[in-house]
Design a protein around this ligand. Structure first.
Ligand code: HGY
Ligand code: MN
Ligand code: MN
Length: 426
C-alpha cells in the first residue's frame, strides 16, 4: 500500500501555529500565555472547532472542555481512531508544546479531506483541555477526566495562586464540573490514540533523527513544601536568634538539586520551579516560604524514593534550623510504558516512508500517558531545537513538523487497516 498519501504543507503548519500563538494573555512578553480553563483557552478550542467543521468533521465539546472532531469511517459500528494534544500553555511558553500536536491533527484532517482519503474506522481529532499543571498543579486534567483518573471530587481541592478552584475555573468558562463523568471514553467507542508532540529534549536533534517513537513516558510526583519560621525585624534580630523560613527554603532548593544529582538517583529529575515567601519585604525576616517540587522519572520506585527522601531530609533540615515544615502531595502520576504493537505500527510506517526513527523515553508528561489507561496509545516526537521547551525559545522547524504529520497521517491509516483485520491487538 502506498503510504505516502501526500506531503504535509510546512507553510500551512507554520501559519496555523502562528494563529494559535496570537491567542495569548496581553502583556505576556515574547512567550505565549494561555492557561487552563481560561477564556483564551476556550477561544483556541473554538478556532480549532471552526476549522475542523470546515473540513467536514462533526464537532463537539465534552463536559471536561475537550473539543472532539470526527471524520466518519466507511464501516458502521467501529470504534474511533484518535489523535490530538492540548491547546493550553504554561505561563510565558513557547508556541509548540501541545499546539504542534493539535496542528498536526488539523493538517492530517486537511490532507485526508483534500485527497478524499477513506478509512474504515471513524477518526477523531482531539484538542484536550487543561493539560498543563502550571495553574492547578494537576497536569492533564482533560485527558485524566476522559480516562477516569480524575473525578468530580478531585476538582474542588486543587486551587490556583489566586485561590480559584479547578471546579470554579471550569464553571467560569461555561463548563459544569458535576457532569464530568459523562465525558468518559470507553474501548467500545475508541480504538487507539496517537499523539504527536515536540520532544522537549535534545536527543533527536543531537542524533540528527527526524522522528521519535515514545516507549516510556516519565511519571511525576509534585509536592508543596511549606516552611513556617518567625517573621522579625532584619535590623533588630541577631543572626543566632532567627527562624528564617526563606533561608531554610533556599537550603531545601539546593537539597532537592543534590538528591536528584546523586548517582543513586541517576535518571531522576527534581526541581523547585517556584518559591514564594512572606511577607516579602526587605526589612522583615521571612516567616513563611512555599516551595513547589517536581520529581520526574521513568522508574516508578526511584521517582517515589526520591520524593520521600526529599521530604525526610527537608524535615531534618528544618528541625535543625528551628522552623516547621509541612508537605502536601499535589499530584502523583506513574511512568507509563506504551504498547509495543502500536509503536511497531508507527515504526513500520516510518520505514515505509524512508524515515529514520528512534524508540525513546519521554521526560515530560503527556495526554497520551493518561489516555493509555483506557485505550492503547502511542506518541510521535519531532525534534526540539536545543531541547528547549516551556520557554519562548522553544522551536521546531515547519519541515520537521510536516515530516511528523506525514508519519502521523500514514500511521493512522496503517492502524485503520491493522485493526480492521486484527481488532484484538494485545
Ligand atoms: O509537565 C509536563 O511534563 C507537561 O508539559 N505537562
Ligand atoms: Mn505538552
Ligand atoms: Mn508542557
Amino acid at each position: 500500500m502506498d503510504v505516502t498519501i501526500s506531503r504535509a504543507d510546512p507553510a500551512r503548519v507554520a501559519a496555523q501555529l502562528e494563529g494559535f500563538a496570537r491567542l495569548s494573555e496581553p502583556g505576556s512578553s515574547t512567550g505565549v500565555t494561555r492557561l487552563a480553563y481560561t477564556p483564551l483557552e476556550r477561544e483556541a478550542h473554538e478556532a480549532f472547532a471552526g476549522t475542523m467543521h470546515e473540513l467536514g468533521c462533526t464537532v463537539w465539546t465534552d463536559q471536561a472542555g475537550n473539543t472532539i472532531a470526527e471524520r466518519s469511517g466507511d464501516e458502521p459500528g467501529l470504534p474511533a481512531l484518535a489523535t490530538g494534544s492540548h491547546l493550553d500553555t504554561v505561563p510565558d511558553a513557547g508556541r509548540f508544546d501541545g499546539i504542534a500536536g493539535v496542528v498536526a491533527a488539523m493538517e492530517t484532517a486537511r490532507i485526508y479531506a483534500e485527497h478524499g482519503i477513506r478509512h474504515a474506522h471513524p477518526i477523531r481529532f482531539v484538542a484536550f483541555a487543561a493539560e498543563e499543571g502550571a495553574r492547578f498543579g494537576q497536569a492533564c486534567t482533560g485527558s485524566r477526566i476522559v480516562s477516569g483518573l480524575t473525578t468530580v471530587d478531585d476538582l474542588y481541592g486543587k486551587r490556583d495562586a489566586d485561590g480559584v478552584s479547578l471546579a470554579d475555573a471550569m464553571r467560569s468558562v461555561g463548563l459544569d464540573p458535576s457532569t464530568v463523568a459523562e465525558a468518559r471514553w470507553t474501548p467500545d467507542e475508541w480504538a487507539a490514540f496517537v499523539e504527536l508532540h515536540v520532544e522537549q529534549g535534545a536527543v533527536l536533534e543531537s542524533m540528527g533523527t527526524p522522528v521519535g517513537i515514545v516507549e516510556l513516558i516519565s511519571g511525576s510526583t509534585r509536592i508543596l513544601l511549606e516552611v513556617t519560621g518567625r517573621a522579625s525585624h532584619t535590623g533588630g534580630t541577631p543572626m543566632h536568634l532567627r527562624a528564617d523560613a526563606l533561608a531554610a527554603a533556599a537550603e531545601i532548593v539546593l537539597l532537592v538539586e543534590s538528591i536528584a544529582g546523586d548517582p543513586r538517583h541517576r535518571g531522576t529529575r527534581a526541581t523547585v520551579g517556584r518559591l514564594d515567601s512572606a511577607p516579602g519585604t526587605i526589612t522583615t525576616i521571612a516567616g513563611r516560604a512555599s516551595l513547589y517540587v517536581d520529581v520526574r522519572d521513568v522508574d516508578s520506585d526511584r521517582q517515589r524514593d526520591t520524593a520521600s527522601e526529599i521530604i525526610a531530609r527537608a524535615e531534618a533540615l528544618c528541625t535543625r534550623r528551628g522552623v516547621r515544615l509541612s508537605s502536601t502531595l499535589l499530584a502523583d502520576t506513574s511512568p507509563v510504558m506504551l504498547p509495543a504493537w502500536l509503536r511497531q505500527a508507527v515504526a513500520s510506517t516510518c520505514a515505509e516512508l524512508g524515515l529514520d526513527h528512534r524508540i525513546m523515553p519521554s521526560g515530560a508528561s503527556h495526554d497520551a500517558q493518561m489516555i493509555n489507561n483506557v485505550i492503547p496509545s502511542g506518541m510521535i516526537f519531532v525534534p526540539s531545537r536545543d531541547g528547549i521547551s516551556h520557554s519562548p525559545e522553544e522551536w521546531s522547524s515547519p519541515e520537521a513538523l510536516a515530516t511528523g504529520v506525514d508519519v502521523l497521517a500514514a500511521s493512522l491509516l496503517a492502524l485503520d487497516r491493522l485493526l480492521l483485520v486484527a481488532p484484538e491487538q494485545p
